[in-house]
Ligand binder design. Structure first.
Ligand SMILES: Nc1ncnc2c1ncn2[C@@H]1O[C@H](COP(=O)(O)OP(=O)(O)OP(=O)(O)O)[C@@H](O)[C@H]1O
Ligand code: SF4
Ligand SMILES: [Mg+2]
Length: 357
């Protein structure tokens, strides 16, 4: 049985325990500053206090400009890197700091799909080995059944199961991303973190791979954290969307709320910049919000609100007091909508029409 985006979003605000609960997640990277006589160690605040949760089968989009901490967040929640602080509860266990030996049996439950299908596959291994190895490592099927299961996985992602003996360079970019998806699915995960899985692909292939992931999500009930640069890509795929800026979430909510009534100036600017969202079915393009200035350095982020150096609504308080991520006054009761802004304003003029399922 399949569910609509609305039904899944409603379920997401219900009582079921979260599959993933991230609280105050921080990742700082030390960097040496050599400009002085005595070099000083500074910190790149790649992720700086991120909190969100995800229910089983739910999809969350993680969106923001380059360098805002999306990949670092994805790597933290799949424990490819260890956080500086914070907790990551996965299915009831805090995996933030547990030892690798205790983490190993849990690893199959969360898988990462990488941005670059060219670099994420070992060119010296056949596709059969790439997809079949996780089955053997995790003892998921008897040895004599690995080939048959690998062929099934190939079919599941729309590849010819007779091509198991081929090498990655014999496949196109879209097919390689399908191989990466098959490898992730081999261990029957509960959560997939997809880090810009289509941005390295031709536009014509992007929709095919997105449709495949949507089919798999429905068929297998997978939860997804889907990382993307712009809001357009995740629009139809995600139940909820979190917008990140300089290591923090600035607005998070059901996709409908984010796309049709964004309240944070940064979300509004991102939405306004996504061309396919403004010119829908011949509608008049809306007035564009143009962001000026560069993203400040994550080594020395602005005081107060980190977006204030680019925000057209900034006032004195924005530089002295950091806004807290909280439910806006305008939210309907029980809404999961949260944003961090001293002067939120609902904008309904930035999308031409509500998203369609
Ligand atoms: N291993 C590292 N050492 C030092 N700094 C790092 C490291 N990895 C990431 N950073 C820094 O952390 C910040 C966040 O990087 P991250 O890759 O998470 O951003 P992103 O949102 O995924 O960007 P993009 O959209 O370009 O992929 C950046 O300033 C980056 O330079
Ligand atoms: S807190 Fe102030 S600077 Fe930050 S987004 Fe809101 S209005 Fe702009
Ligand atoms: Mg990235």
């Amino acid at each position: 049985m399949t569910t609509t985006t609305d039904e899944r979003a409603a379920a997401a605000t219900g009582d079921a325990a979260p599959l993933l609960e991230v609280t105050d997640l921080v990742k700082h990277y030390p960097v040496k500053e050599y400009a002085r006589l005595f070099p000083k160690t500074l910190q790149t605040r790649a992720v700086d206090g991120v909190s969100f949760s995800l229910k089983a089968g739910e999809t969350l989009g993680l969106v923001g400009e380059s360098g805002c901490g999306k990949t670092t967040t994805g790597r933290l929640i799949t424990r490819l890197i260890e956080p500086t602080s914070g907790s990551i509860r996965f299915d009831g266990t805090d995996i933030a700091t547990i030892k690798e030996s205790k983490l190993r049996p849990l690893r199959r439950d969360f898988q990462l799909i990488f941005q670059d299908p060219y670099q994420s596959l070992n060119p010296r291994q056949t596709v059969g080995t790439i997809v079949g190895t996780p089955l053997a490592v995790h003892n998921l099927v008897p040895k004599n059944k690995i080939k048959a299961r690998t062929a099934e996985l190939m079919e599941l992602v729309g590849l010819n199961p007779e091509h198991l003996n081929r090498y990655p360079n014999e496949f196109s970019g879209g097919q390689r991303q399908r191989i990466g998806i098959a490898r992730a699915l081999a261990v029957e995960p509960k959560l997939i973190v997809a880090d810009e899985p289509v941005s390295a692909l031709d536009v014509s292939i992007q929709a095919q791979v997105m449709n495949l992931m949507e089919d798999l999500r429905q068929k297998l009930g997978l939860a997804f954290v889907f990382i993307a640069h712009d809001l357009g890509v995740v629009r139809h795929f995600c139940d909820r969307v979190a917008v990140m800026y300089l290591g923090k979430i600035v607005e998070i909510g059901a996709s409908d709320d984010i796309y049709t009534a964004p309240q944070h100036p940064y979300t509004q600017a991102l939405l306004s910049a996504a061309p396919d969202l403004n010119v829908v079915r011949g509608a008049e393009p809306n007035e564009r919000i143009r962001l000026t200035g560069d993203v400040p350095s994550p080594i020395d982020p602005p005081t107060g609100c980190r977006f204030r150096t680019r925000c057209w609504k900034a006032q004195e308080v924005c530089s002295t007091t950091e806004p807290v991520l909280e439910t806006p006054d305008s939210a309907v009761r029980g809404s999961a909508h949260r944003l961090a802004c001293h002067f939120p304003e609902v904008r309904t003029d930035l999308v031409a029409e509500a998203p369609v399922d």
